[in-house]
Design a protein. Structure first.
Length: 325
């Protein structure tokens, strides 16, 4: 019997989205987004953005129950406030840093109230553009201190930190799996984990399967966002639309590490129909998950250990690429 992967969507992508030049799709209320999501097969999870998208905790619970949805994560946005323009967690102003930490702590409170099991944060406003723009030593110290404080607050509510090479800053401080792991090692709190976004890893010139192996082999938990891009920018395309074989390998290692949490679509429909976009993500992910689960894993491991890649490539052809040809 085929497995149905736990699939979720960052709900902001179900309504109006924008880039630097234009807008796409139509605005929707949170209830309208939930209603749309409830019509997509094999998706039952939501990642909602705190504090800008969420209603009261009672109202969110009512909407979740009405549309038979579950919370994959509460996403706390620490970049949008006007005073965060030069960084929130890394600001030179201690009051601004305090506000950024407080927002994460408040998101933990909200997550607890609505029954979520994690808060995730991508500190996109913390970075730089130019030489001599910031003192890197102090900025890193502030990051360690800020996330350590947020992690200590209600430690039973895990906090996940998402890394990204750049945007909204020219270069984000937490821009790779290795740097995210270094940050967590310095903090030393095993209830703080990493959000691995397939697209961020890909355009950051990582191999997402290798990044996953590095993170999953550590003592820290992890959570996954799925999408794709051309390797040059974070376009948030549909899964496997640009890096098909890399996505297969990524799923192979998710299975190797027995990942059982949500695979959450951080995918922007832009010129496509949102419902069809997220339906495709779930459909492709489930097909690939089961294709990989059904392959001869012992033989694949043996072939990789032998080091003769042409034999491995033939296995890939037969099992993953040309199975029904």
């Amino acid at each position: 019997m085929n497995k149905v992967v736990k699939s979720a969507v960052i709900t902001g992508f179900l309504g109006k989205t924008t880039d630097r030049f234009r807008s796409y799709n139509t605005p929707k209320t949170l209830e309208e987004k939930f209603a749309l999501l409830s019509t997509i097969e094999n998706i039952d999870g939501v990642e909602v953005v705190y504090p800008y998208e969420v209603p009261s905790s009672d109202e969110l619970k009512r909407l979740l129950a009405k549309y038979s949805l579950k919370i994959a994560a509460i996403n706390v946005n620490v970049k949008n406030e006007p005073e965060f323009i030069l960084g929130g967690l890394t600001s030179e102003d201690p009051e601004i840093r305090k506000k950024a930490v407080s927002m994460i702590c408040d998101a933990k409170d909200y997550a607890e109230q609505v029954g979520a099991n994690k808060v995730q944060c991508c500190p996109l406003g913390d970075g730089y553009e130019f030489s001599f723009q910031q003192d890197y030593r102090k900025a890193w110290k502030y990051l360690v201190e800020g996330f350590a404080e947020a992690g200590t607050y209600k430690p039973e509510m895990p906090l996940f930190i998402e890394y990204k090479p750049n945007e909204v800053r020219g270069k984000c401080y937490i821009d790779s799996a290795s740097k995210a792991l270094y940050l967590l090692e310095q903090i030393g709190n095993e209830n703080i984990g990493i959000t691995l976004d397939f697209g961020h890893s890909m355009y950051g010139k990582e191999n997402p399967a290798e990044a996953l192996s590095l993170i999953a082999s550590s003592k820290f938990p992890y959570y996954v966002h799925i999408n794709d891009n051309d390797g040059a920018w974070d376009w948030d395309y549909m899964v496997a639309s640009k890096h098909f074989l890399e996505y297969i390998e990524f799923i192979y290692y998710l299975q190797e590490f027995e990942y059982s949490d949500y695979l959450t679509s951080d995918t922007s429909p832009t010129r496509m129909d949102p419902k069809e976009t997220f339906a495709a993500n779930a459909r492709w992910t489930n097909k690939i998950w089961n294709l990989v689960a059904d392959c001869d894993r012992d033989l694949l491991a043996q072939l990789m250990n032998e080091g003769n890649y042409m034999k491995t490539w033939k296995f890939i052809e037969e099992q993953f690429l040309l199975r029904n040809c």
